[in-house]
Ligand binder design. Structure first.
Ligand SMILES: N[C@@H](CCC(=O)N[C@@H](CS)C(=O)NCC(=O)O)C(=O)O
Ligand SMILES: [Fe+2]
Length: 362
């Protein structure tokens, strides 16, 4: 097998290539957009066919190359279903297995905590931990649905229970470490070895790290496989029409599940509540859609940046206040409403049919 650990010096990110020289199947884990040409050259050098571009999570510090790899090479993009990245071909679930080459398997282990959708991949004796478990450290837990308790639980219960000799390949290293092992991390990681859950949470809550430099750009872009607004439409078309997709959970399934959990109201009811006042209207479409026309008084909060922009909106500080959320057709807003409920908002209403339906009812 071919195995390469690649490094992006700008963001201290590791990308991994796993490939089979016989069948020519190749998989990339956490590719970085600025290295797209390097990846293509490397694949060409070995005459490889990129089958999957896998993400350990929606990254806050760099932009993924997955959307470009899909466009250029036809690879399938995959990210956890809990990342809010619905344009990825595969919405990964815990326990999923990616099969490639002659019997090779990459197994998915959900390791939430750095972000809600963080996962680790296990291939043979190699564990790709993303930013869940780092060498002598772990990913921060202060944004994107981060949760220190959840991180402690999954590292201690799911990763540290793997065989001692399992090799740990992280998503970043800021001190020029390359590889570790489960035994090394279990016995020497200063945040985890001999630490109780409470001690770990205390450490994580007091890191006081500055925000990643690229977060405002990277998170929304990565929810669209790293593509910019102009490239995104193609991404959806490609996914929907050109290739069979091994989807464990499709976007439609996610929307349907969200609609079970939230409250939808129609345009007439929305108008009535707006007229009565005391309701915050949130437009969860992209900035360009908002600029082209929106409901009077609506606050712009694109779905891609919802979790980390919401705290800066004073009108949404009170989580019990009534919120009417809408998008173009009612799907994105259902997902956004579900996210807000998970964040503790208790009175979120999604407008069925979205702005399209609203315009018809003026
Ligand atoms: N200075 C870096 C910060 C990177 C950062 O915050 N990295 C995240 C992973 S996305 C992390 O968990 N870092 C852990 C740490 O710095 O201890 C940047 O601006 O990009
Ligand atoms: Fe990260």
């Amino acid at each position: 097998m071919i195995f390469r650990q690649l490094f992006d010096q700008e963001t201290w990110t590791y990308t991994y290539l796993i490939a089979d020289p016989v069948s020519k199947d190749a998989v990339l884990i956490d590719p970085v957009n600025t290295h797209i040409d390097d990846y293509i050259a490397l694949l060409e050098e070995h005459d490889l066919q990129l089958k999957y571009s896998l993400e350990t999570h929606v990254h806050a510090d760099h932009i993924t190359a997955s959307g470009l790899l899909r466009q250029r090479l036809g690879a399938q993009t995959a990210v956890s279903q809990f990342c809010g990245a619905e344009t990825a071909d595969i919405q990964i679930q815990d326990g999923d297995v990616f099969k490639f080459a002659n019997g090779e398997q990459i197994k998915v282990i959900a390791t939430p905590g750095h972000t809600r959708g963080s996962i680790s991949f296990l291939w043979r004796d190699r564990l790709f931990t993303g930013d869940s478990l780092l060498i002598g450290g772990c990913g921060r837990t202060d944004f994107q649905g981060g949760d220190a308790g959840a991180l402690y639980d999954c590292i201690t219960q799911r990763l540290f229970t793997l065989p001692d000799e399992t090799l740990v390949y992280p998503g970043h290293d800021y001190q020029q470490h390359w590889v570790s092992s489960i035994m090394q991390e279990r016995t020497t990681n200063p945040r985890l070895a001999g630490k109780t859950r409470e001690q770990f949470i205390e450490i994580m809550n007091n890191l006081n790290l500055p925000k990643p430099r690229l977060i405002d750009e990277a998170v929304p872009a990565n929810r669209y496989c790293g593509l910019d607004e102009n490239e995104r439409q193609d991404a959806v078309v490609l996914r929907d029409t050109t290739r069979p997709v091994r989807v464990t959970t499709s976007t439609d399934d996610l929307v349907a599940a969200a609609k079970q959990q939230i409250t939808e109201i129609n345009v007439a009811k929305s108008k009535q509540l707006i007229a009565e006042g005391n309701i915050v209207i949130v437009d969860t479409r992209e900035e360009s859609e908002y600029a082209a026309g929106h409901i009077d008084g609506a606050l712009l909060l694109p779905r891609g940046v919802l979790e980390f922009k919401i705290d800066s909106i004073p009108e949404l500080a009170d989580k019990s206040k009534a919120v009417l959320i809408y998008c173009r057709s009612g799907n994105r807003s259902a997902l956004a409403a579900q996210t807000m409920q998970l964040m503790g908002y208790t009175n979120v209403l999604s407008m069925a049919g979205g702005f399209e339906a609203w315009k018809k009812n003026v």
